[in-house]
Design a protein around this ligand. Structure first.
Ligand SMILES: Cc1cc2nc3c(=O)[nH]c(=O)nc-3n(C[C@H](O)[C@H](O)[C@H](O)COP(=O)(O)O)c2cc1C
Length: 441
Protein backbone atom coordinates (compact mmCIF):
# COMPACT_ATOMS: atom_id res chain seq x y z
CA UNK A 1 0.00 0.00 0.00
CA UNK A 2 1.19 3.51 -0.76
CA UNK A 3 0.36 6.81 0.97
CA UNK A 4 -2.18 7.96 -1.61
CA UNK A 5 -3.81 4.55 -2.11
CA UNK A 6 -6.52 5.04 0.47
CA UNK A 7 -8.98 7.88 0.76
CA UNK A 8 -11.07 6.89 3.80
CA UNK A 9 -14.27 8.86 4.17
CA UNK A 10 -14.36 8.38 7.95
CA UNK A 11 -12.22 7.16 10.82
CA UNK A 12 -14.30 4.02 10.82
CA UNK A 13 -13.31 3.35 7.22
CA UNK A 14 -9.67 4.12 8.05
CA UNK A 15 -9.72 1.53 10.84
CA UNK A 16 -11.53 -1.01 8.64
CA UNK A 17 -8.67 -0.73 6.14
CA UNK A 18 -6.05 -1.39 8.82
CA UNK A 19 -5.53 2.18 10.09
CA UNK A 20 -4.70 2.74 13.75
CA UNK A 21 -2.54 -0.39 14.11
CA UNK A 22 0.69 1.63 13.95
CA UNK A 23 -0.12 3.62 17.06
CA UNK A 24 -1.34 0.54 18.91
CA UNK A 25 1.90 -1.29 18.16
CA UNK A 26 3.95 1.78 19.09
CA UNK A 27 2.28 2.18 22.49
CA UNK A 28 2.89 -1.50 23.24
CA UNK A 29 6.52 -1.45 22.08
CA UNK A 30 7.89 1.47 24.11
CA UNK A 31 9.57 4.69 23.01
CA UNK A 32 13.08 3.35 22.26
CA UNK A 33 11.70 0.45 20.23
CA UNK A 34 9.58 2.82 18.15
CA UNK A 35 12.60 4.98 17.34
CA UNK A 36 14.54 1.82 16.49
CA UNK A 37 11.84 0.72 14.00
CA UNK A 38 11.93 4.12 12.32
CA UNK A 39 15.75 3.99 12.24
CA UNK A 40 15.68 0.56 10.60
CA UNK A 41 13.26 1.80 7.96
CA UNK A 42 15.76 4.50 6.93
CA UNK A 43 12.97 7.10 6.74
CA UNK A 44 14.21 10.58 5.79
CA UNK A 45 12.26 13.81 6.16
CA UNK A 46 10.07 14.80 3.24
CA UNK A 47 9.97 18.52 4.15
CA UNK A 48 12.98 19.50 2.07
CA UNK A 49 16.25 18.47 3.66
CA UNK A 50 15.92 14.68 3.75
CA UNK A 51 17.17 14.55 7.34
CA UNK A 52 17.06 11.06 8.94
CA UNK A 53 13.85 11.00 10.97
CA UNK A 54 14.96 8.62 13.74
CA UNK A 55 18.13 10.63 14.35
CA UNK A 56 16.02 13.74 14.94
CA UNK A 57 13.66 11.87 17.26
CA UNK A 58 16.55 10.42 19.27
CA UNK A 59 18.14 13.83 19.75
CA UNK A 60 14.89 15.31 21.00
CA UNK A 61 14.13 12.43 23.33
CA UNK A 62 17.58 12.31 24.86
CA UNK A 63 18.76 15.90 25.17
CA UNK A 64 17.66 19.20 26.66
CA UNK A 65 15.61 20.33 29.62
CA UNK A 66 11.94 21.10 30.17
CA UNK A 67 8.81 19.97 28.35
CA UNK A 68 8.93 18.28 24.96
CA UNK A 69 6.58 19.03 22.06
CA UNK A 70 5.89 17.50 18.66
CA UNK A 71 4.76 19.50 15.65
CA UNK A 72 3.48 18.44 12.25
CA UNK A 73 4.45 20.93 9.55
CA UNK A 74 1.42 21.25 7.29
CA UNK A 75 2.10 24.83 6.19
CA UNK A 76 3.14 23.81 2.69
CA UNK A 77 4.28 26.85 0.72
CA UNK A 78 7.08 25.74 -1.57
CA UNK A 79 6.35 26.91 -5.13
CA UNK A 80 5.43 24.04 -7.49
CA UNK A 81 4.49 21.77 -4.58
CA UNK A 82 1.09 20.44 -3.54
CA UNK A 83 1.85 17.08 -1.93
CA UNK A 84 1.14 17.78 1.74
CA UNK A 85 -2.15 19.39 0.90
CA UNK A 86 -3.18 16.41 -1.18
CA UNK A 87 -2.16 14.03 1.61
CA UNK A 88 -4.16 16.03 4.15
CA UNK A 89 -7.19 16.07 1.86
CA UNK A 90 -6.93 12.40 0.97
CA UNK A 91 -6.11 10.77 4.29
CA UNK A 92 -5.64 13.08 7.30
CA UNK A 93 -5.94 10.05 9.59
CA UNK A 94 -2.56 8.58 8.66
CA UNK A 95 -0.90 11.98 9.24
CA UNK A 96 -2.49 12.36 12.69
CA UNK A 97 -1.65 8.77 13.57
CA UNK A 98 1.99 9.42 12.55
CA UNK A 99 2.03 12.58 14.67
CA UNK A 100 0.62 10.69 17.67
CA UNK A 101 3.35 8.05 17.26
CA UNK A 102 6.08 10.69 16.95
CA UNK A 103 4.78 12.59 19.98
CA UNK A 104 4.80 9.37 22.02
CA UNK A 105 8.29 8.36 20.83
CA UNK A 106 9.95 11.66 21.79
CA UNK A 107 8.05 11.98 25.08
CA UNK A 108 6.03 15.04 24.03
CA UNK A 109 3.47 16.51 26.37
CA UNK A 110 1.45 18.16 23.59
CA UNK A 111 1.40 18.08 19.81
CA UNK A 112 0.41 20.61 17.17
CA UNK A 113 -0.30 20.58 13.48
CA UNK A 114 0.16 23.88 11.68
CA UNK A 115 -1.76 24.64 8.47
CA UNK A 116 -2.46 27.85 6.58
CA UNK A 117 -5.78 29.55 7.26
CA UNK A 118 -6.34 29.65 3.49
CA UNK A 119 -6.33 25.82 3.24
CA UNK A 120 -10.12 25.43 3.44
CA UNK A 121 -10.45 21.82 2.33
CA UNK A 122 -7.50 20.64 4.41
CA UNK A 123 -8.78 22.40 7.55
CA UNK A 124 -12.17 20.77 7.08
CA UNK A 125 -10.69 17.30 6.58
CA UNK A 126 -8.28 17.72 9.46
CA UNK A 127 -10.83 19.10 11.94
CA UNK A 128 -13.18 16.26 11.21
CA UNK A 129 -10.45 13.63 11.53
CA UNK A 130 -9.20 15.16 14.80
CA UNK A 131 -12.70 15.13 16.24
CA UNK A 132 -13.38 11.53 15.19
CA UNK A 133 -10.02 10.34 16.52
CA UNK A 134 -10.45 12.19 19.82
CA UNK A 135 -13.87 10.61 20.28
CA UNK A 136 -12.47 7.17 19.50
CA UNK A 137 -9.55 7.83 21.89
CA UNK A 138 -7.24 7.05 18.98
CA UNK A 139 -4.55 9.69 19.50
CA UNK A 140 -2.55 7.88 22.19
CA UNK A 141 -3.50 10.21 25.03
CA UNK A 142 -1.31 13.15 23.96
CA UNK A 143 -3.41 16.22 23.07
CA UNK A 144 -3.13 17.38 19.46
CA UNK A 145 -4.16 20.89 18.47
CA UNK A 146 -4.51 22.32 14.97
CA UNK A 147 -3.05 25.82 14.60
CA UNK A 148 -4.00 28.03 11.67
CA UNK A 149 -1.54 30.62 10.41
CA UNK A 150 -0.89 33.21 7.71
CA UNK A 151 -0.22 32.62 4.02
CA UNK A 152 3.50 33.28 4.32
CA UNK A 153 6.33 31.08 3.03
CA UNK A 154 8.19 31.32 6.33
CA UNK A 155 5.26 29.72 8.17
CA UNK A 156 6.66 26.45 6.75
CA UNK A 157 10.17 27.13 8.06
CA UNK A 158 10.38 25.15 11.28
CA UNK A 159 11.23 28.02 13.63
CA UNK A 160 8.76 30.32 11.85
CA UNK A 161 6.17 27.63 12.51
CA UNK A 162 7.06 27.68 16.21
CA UNK A 163 6.54 31.44 16.26
CA UNK A 164 3.08 31.04 14.72
CA UNK A 165 2.15 28.39 17.29
CA UNK A 166 3.19 30.87 19.97
CA UNK A 167 0.88 33.47 18.39
CA UNK A 168 3.29 35.62 16.41
CA UNK A 169 4.30 36.18 12.78
CA UNK A 170 6.67 33.53 11.34
CA UNK A 171 9.94 35.36 11.95
CA UNK A 172 12.58 32.59 12.05
CA UNK A 173 14.66 32.07 15.16
CA UNK A 174 18.37 31.42 15.34
CA UNK A 175 18.09 28.33 17.56
CA UNK A 176 16.75 25.16 15.95
CA UNK A 177 13.65 23.61 17.56
CA UNK A 178 15.55 20.72 19.11
CA UNK A 179 17.82 23.19 20.97
CA UNK A 180 15.24 25.76 21.97
CA UNK A 181 11.70 24.68 21.31
CA UNK A 182 8.16 25.88 21.85
CA UNK A 183 7.51 28.20 24.81
CA UNK A 184 11.13 27.81 25.94
CA UNK A 185 12.46 30.11 28.62
CA UNK A 186 15.65 29.47 30.58
CA UNK A 187 16.38 27.04 32.10
CA UNK A 188 13.76 25.15 30.05
CA UNK A 189 14.86 24.39 26.49
CA UNK A 190 11.70 22.47 25.61
CA UNK A 191 13.16 20.37 22.76
CA UNK A 192 10.57 20.31 19.99
CA UNK A 193 10.18 17.90 17.12
CA UNK A 194 9.10 19.31 13.75
CA UNK A 195 8.27 16.84 10.99
CA UNK A 196 6.63 17.25 7.63
CA UNK A 197 3.12 15.91 6.84
CA UNK A 198 4.45 13.26 4.43
CA UNK A 199 7.18 12.14 6.83
CA UNK A 200 4.56 11.48 9.50
CA UNK A 201 2.19 9.76 7.09
CA UNK A 202 5.00 7.26 6.43
CA UNK A 203 5.55 6.71 10.16
CA UNK A 204 2.06 5.26 10.63
CA UNK A 205 2.80 2.56 8.02
CA UNK A 206 6.34 1.85 9.24
CA UNK A 207 4.97 1.02 12.68
CA UNK A 208 1.99 -0.94 11.36
CA UNK A 209 3.85 -3.01 8.76
CA UNK A 210 7.47 -2.84 9.86
CA UNK A 211 10.57 -1.15 8.40
CA UNK A 212 10.44 -3.36 5.30
CA UNK A 213 7.21 -1.68 4.26
CA UNK A 214 9.31 1.42 3.52
CA UNK A 215 12.39 -0.45 2.33
CA UNK A 216 10.43 -2.48 -0.23
CA UNK A 217 10.55 0.59 -2.49
CA UNK A 218 13.09 3.30 -3.16
CA UNK A 219 16.85 3.12 -2.80
CA UNK A 220 19.14 2.00 0.00
CA UNK A 221 19.77 5.51 1.24
CA UNK A 222 16.39 6.99 0.24
CA UNK A 223 13.89 4.24 1.01
CA UNK A 224 10.18 4.49 0.26
CA UNK A 225 8.06 6.55 -2.05
CA UNK A 226 7.75 10.28 -2.41
CA UNK A 227 4.74 12.27 -3.44
CA UNK A 228 6.00 14.38 -6.35
CA UNK A 229 4.39 17.46 -7.88
CA UNK A 230 4.90 18.37 -11.54
CA UNK A 231 3.57 21.60 -12.99
CA UNK A 232 4.04 24.33 -15.58
CA UNK A 233 4.72 23.64 -19.25
CA UNK A 234 3.56 20.02 -19.33
CA UNK A 235 0.53 18.39 -20.89
CA UNK A 236 -0.72 17.01 -17.57
CA UNK A 237 0.09 18.67 -14.29
CA UNK A 238 -0.41 16.63 -11.16
CA UNK A 239 0.75 14.90 -8.01
CA UNK A 240 2.20 11.40 -8.32
CA UNK A 241 3.49 9.00 -5.68
CA UNK A 242 6.59 7.19 -6.98
CA UNK A 243 9.43 5.14 -5.56
CA UNK A 244 12.38 7.32 -4.60
CA UNK A 245 15.08 6.83 -7.21
CA UNK A 246 12.62 6.93 -10.13
CA UNK A 247 14.20 8.91 -13.00
CA UNK A 248 12.91 12.46 -13.35
CA UNK A 249 12.27 11.61 -17.01
CA UNK A 250 9.50 9.19 -16.01
CA UNK A 251 7.66 11.88 -14.04
CA UNK A 252 8.11 14.51 -16.74
CA UNK A 253 7.57 12.49 -19.91
CA UNK A 254 5.39 9.51 -18.96
CA UNK A 255 3.20 10.93 -16.23
CA UNK A 256 3.10 14.60 -17.14
CA UNK A 257 3.17 13.85 -20.89
CA UNK A 258 6.18 16.07 -21.58
CA UNK A 259 6.00 19.65 -22.90
CA UNK A 260 3.07 20.92 -25.00
CA UNK A 261 2.91 19.89 -28.68
CA UNK A 262 5.83 21.23 -30.71
CA UNK A 263 7.76 22.50 -27.72
CA UNK A 264 10.83 21.19 -25.92
CA UNK A 265 11.85 21.37 -22.28
CA UNK A 266 14.19 24.17 -21.42
CA UNK A 267 14.44 24.31 -17.64
CA UNK A 268 13.14 22.56 -14.56
CA UNK A 269 13.00 24.49 -11.29
CA UNK A 270 12.92 22.13 -8.26
CA UNK A 271 10.79 24.58 -6.28
CA UNK A 272 12.57 27.74 -5.11
CA UNK A 273 15.22 26.03 -3.02
CA UNK A 274 17.68 24.29 -5.33
CA UNK A 275 19.65 24.72 -8.56
CA UNK A 276 17.95 24.58 -11.96
CA UNK A 277 17.92 21.33 -13.95
CA UNK A 278 17.99 21.07 -17.74
CA UNK A 279 17.20 18.51 -20.42
CA UNK A 280 20.58 16.83 -19.96
CA UNK A 281 19.67 15.99 -16.38
CA UNK A 282 16.35 14.28 -17.08
CA UNK A 283 17.75 10.86 -16.24
CA UNK A 284 18.71 11.82 -12.71
CA UNK A 285 17.12 9.47 -10.17
CA UNK A 286 14.77 11.40 -7.90
CA UNK A 287 16.27 10.63 -4.52
CA UNK A 288 18.02 12.78 -1.93
CA UNK A 289 21.59 11.76 -2.75
CA UNK A 290 21.43 11.57 -6.56
CA UNK A 291 20.08 15.09 -6.92
CA UNK A 292 22.68 16.34 -4.50
CA UNK A 293 25.39 14.72 -6.63
CA UNK A 294 24.10 16.79 -9.53
CA UNK A 295 24.60 19.85 -7.34
CA UNK A 296 20.84 20.28 -6.92
CA UNK A 297 18.38 18.84 -4.41
CA UNK A 298 15.12 16.97 -4.17
CA UNK A 299 13.57 19.56 -1.85
CA UNK A 300 9.91 18.86 -1.30
CA UNK A 301 9.62 16.90 -4.57
CA UNK A 302 8.04 19.69 -6.62
CA UNK A 303 9.19 20.41 -10.18
CA UNK A 304 8.16 23.38 -12.34
CA UNK A 305 8.81 23.01 -16.05
CA UNK A 306 9.53 25.76 -18.55
CA UNK A 307 9.53 25.00 -22.28
CA UNK A 308 11.57 26.73 -25.00
CA UNK A 309 9.01 29.52 -25.35
CA UNK A 310 9.68 30.70 -21.78
CA UNK A 311 12.04 33.58 -21.07
CA UNK A 312 14.56 32.58 -18.42
CA UNK A 313 15.02 36.16 -17.23
CA UNK A 314 11.28 36.34 -16.53
CA UNK A 315 11.26 32.92 -14.87
CA UNK A 316 14.22 33.87 -12.67
CA UNK A 317 12.54 37.19 -11.87
CA UNK A 318 9.31 35.52 -10.70
CA UNK A 319 11.17 33.12 -8.39
CA UNK A 320 13.59 35.76 -7.05
CA UNK A 321 10.70 38.12 -6.45
CA UNK A 322 8.93 35.42 -4.45
CA UNK A 323 11.96 34.95 -2.20
CA UNK A 324 12.39 38.72 -1.85
CA UNK A 325 8.74 39.27 -0.95
CA UNK A 326 8.70 36.34 1.49
CA UNK A 327 12.02 37.23 3.15
CA UNK A 328 11.16 38.55 6.63
CA UNK A 329 13.85 41.23 6.74
CA UNK A 330 15.47 40.11 10.00
CA UNK A 331 18.71 39.32 8.15
CA UNK A 332 19.69 42.39 6.09
CA UNK A 333 21.76 40.43 3.55
CA UNK A 334 18.73 38.27 2.68
CA UNK A 335 16.22 41.09 2.12
CA UNK A 336 18.85 43.26 0.41
CA UNK A 337 20.37 40.52 -1.76
CA UNK A 338 17.07 39.05 -2.94
CA UNK A 339 15.85 42.62 -3.57
CA UNK A 340 18.87 43.61 -5.64
CA UNK A 341 18.69 40.46 -7.76
CA UNK A 342 14.96 40.96 -8.30
CA UNK A 343 15.48 44.61 -9.28
CA UNK A 344 18.22 43.74 -11.80
CA UNK A 345 16.13 40.96 -13.34
CA UNK A 346 13.13 43.31 -13.65
CA UNK A 347 15.30 45.87 -15.42
CA UNK A 348 16.68 43.33 -17.87
CA UNK A 349 13.22 41.95 -18.52
CA UNK A 350 11.77 45.38 -19.30
CA UNK A 351 14.66 46.23 -21.62
CA UNK A 352 15.62 49.09 -19.34
CA UNK A 353 19.12 47.94 -18.62
CA UNK A 354 21.82 48.30 -21.21
CA UNK A 355 25.08 47.67 -19.42
CA UNK A 356 24.19 45.42 -16.50
CA UNK A 357 26.92 43.06 -15.54
CA UNK A 358 25.67 39.52 -14.83
CA UNK A 359 28.47 39.25 -12.30
CA UNK A 360 26.62 41.68 -10.00
CA UNK A 361 23.54 39.41 -9.96
CA UNK A 362 25.76 36.47 -9.06
CA UNK A 363 27.42 38.44 -6.25
CA UNK A 364 24.12 39.61 -4.74
CA UNK A 365 22.57 36.14 -5.00
CA UNK A 366 25.58 34.57 -3.30
CA UNK A 367 25.79 37.29 -0.64
CA UNK A 368 22.12 36.96 0.32
CA UNK A 369 22.98 34.08 2.67
CA UNK A 370 25.39 36.12 4.83
CA UNK A 371 24.39 35.81 8.48
CA UNK A 372 21.25 33.87 7.56
CA UNK A 373 18.94 32.62 10.33
CA UNK A 374 17.07 30.27 8.03
CA UNK A 375 17.59 28.65 4.63
CA UNK A 376 15.30 30.96 2.58
CA UNK A 377 18.22 32.85 0.98
CA UNK A 378 20.00 29.55 0.26
CA UNK A 379 17.26 29.07 -2.35
CA UNK A 380 18.02 32.48 -3.85
CA UNK A 381 21.72 31.77 -3.90
CA UNK A 382 21.42 28.31 -5.49
CA UNK A 383 18.61 28.94 -7.95
CA UNK A 384 19.62 32.40 -9.17
CA UNK A 385 23.32 31.65 -9.58
CA UNK A 386 22.53 28.47 -11.49
CA UNK A 387 19.93 30.04 -13.81
CA UNK A 388 22.19 32.98 -14.65
CA UNK A 389 25.14 30.67 -15.30
CA UNK A 390 23.29 28.01 -17.30
CA UNK A 391 21.37 30.56 -19.40
CA UNK A 392 24.10 33.24 -19.56
CA UNK A 393 23.82 33.54 -23.36
CA UNK A 394 20.07 34.10 -23.20
CA UNK A 395 20.56 36.71 -20.47
CA UNK A 396 23.23 38.52 -22.52
CA UNK A 397 21.03 38.57 -25.63
CA UNK A 398 18.22 40.02 -23.54
CA UNK A 399 20.24 42.86 -21.96
CA UNK A 400 19.56 46.18 -23.60
CA UNK A 401 16.73 44.95 -25.81
CA UNK A 402 13.13 43.88 -25.64
CA UNK A 403 12.27 40.38 -24.46
CA UNK A 404 12.96 37.84 -27.25
CA UNK A 405 10.42 35.46 -25.65
CA UNK A 406 7.57 37.73 -24.58
CA UNK A 407 5.12 35.00 -23.54
CA UNK A 408 3.42 35.57 -20.17
CA UNK A 409 4.59 33.29 -17.40
CA UNK A 410 2.61 32.27 -14.34
CA UNK A 411 4.38 32.00 -11.01
CA UNK A 412 3.90 28.50 -9.59
CA UNK A 413 2.34 29.40 -6.26
CA UNK A 414 -0.29 26.70 -6.22
CA UNK A 415 -3.53 27.40 -4.38
CA UNK A 416 -5.66 24.47 -5.49
CA UNK A 417 -5.91 21.39 -7.65
CA UNK A 418 -8.65 21.37 -10.27
CA UNK A 419 -9.34 17.67 -10.67
CA UNK A 420 -11.72 18.04 -13.61
CA UNK A 421 -9.32 20.22 -15.59
CA UNK A 422 -6.28 18.22 -14.49
CA UNK A 423 -4.50 21.50 -13.79
CA UNK A 424 -3.37 23.41 -10.74
CA UNK A 425 -4.92 26.73 -9.81
CA UNK A 426 -2.29 29.42 -9.25
CA UNK A 427 -2.38 32.48 -7.02
CA UNK A 428 -2.99 35.28 -9.49
CA UNK A 429 -3.00 37.87 -6.71
CA UNK A 430 0.61 37.15 -5.88
CA UNK A 431 1.96 39.87 -8.21
CA UNK A 432 0.41 42.47 -5.92
CA UNK A 433 1.98 41.11 -2.74
CA UNK A 434 4.65 43.52 -1.55
CA UNK A 435 7.93 43.09 0.30
CA UNK A 436 6.30 44.08 3.62
CA UNK A 437 3.75 41.25 3.21
CA UNK A 438 0.86 43.61 2.42
CA UNK A 439 -1.02 43.59 -0.88
CA UNK A 440 -1.05 46.61 -3.16
CA UNK A 441 -4.57 47.75 -3.92
C1 LIG B 1 11.87 29.05 3.74
C2 LIG B 1 11.55 27.65 4.15
C3 LIG B 1 10.28 27.13 3.94
C4 LIG B 1 9.96 25.84 4.33
N1 LIG B 1 8.70 25.37 4.11
C5 LIG B 1 8.37 24.12 4.52
C6 LIG B 1 7.05 23.62 4.37
O1 LIG B 1 6.18 24.30 3.82
N2 LIG B 1 6.77 22.38 4.83
C7 LIG B 1 7.73 21.61 5.45
O2 LIG B 1 7.43 20.50 5.90
N3 LIG B 1 8.99 22.04 5.59
C8 LIG B 1 9.33 23.27 5.16
N4 LIG B 1 10.60 23.72 5.36
C9 LIG B 1 11.55 22.84 6.06
C10 LIG B 1 11.33 22.91 7.59
O3 LIG B 1 12.07 24.00 8.11
C11 LIG B 1 11.76 21.61 8.30
O4 LIG B 1 13.07 21.30 7.89
C12 LIG B 1 10.85 20.43 8.02
O5 LIG B 1 9.51 20.70 8.35
C13 LIG B 1 11.32 19.22 8.84
O6 LIG B 1 10.54 18.10 8.57
P1 LIG B 1 11.14 16.72 8.05
O7 LIG B 1 12.38 16.43 8.87
O8 LIG B 1 10.06 15.76 8.28
O9 LIG B 1 11.49 16.93 6.63
C14 LIG B 1 10.96 25.02 4.95
C15 LIG B 1 12.24 25.53 5.13
C16 LIG B 1 12.54 26.81 4.72
C17 LIG B 1 13.93 27.33 4.94
Amino acid sequence: MALLDLAPRSFEEYVASGGGRGLEIALGAGQEAVIEEVAKSGLRGRGGAGFPTAEKWRAIRSTGTGTRFAVCNGAEGEPATFKDRLLLRTNPYQVLEGLAIAAYAVGAERAYIGVKETFDQEIKALSRALEEMRQADALGGIPIQAVLGPDLYLFGEETGLEEVIEGRLPMPRMARPFMQGLFASPPNENPTLVNNVETLANVAHVLADGPDWLRSRGTDTSPGTMVFTVCGDVRREGVFELALGTPLRYLVEELAGGPPEGRSIKAIFPGASNTVLTLGELDVPMDFDSLRQFGSGLGAGGFALFDDSACMVKAAYLYSRFLYVESCGQCPACKFGTGEVTKSLAKIESGGESDLDLESILIHAKGSTDGQKCALPTGESLLMQSVVQVFADEFRTHIGGSCPLPRDLTFHKIVDWDQSAGRFVYDLTYASKQADWTYAT
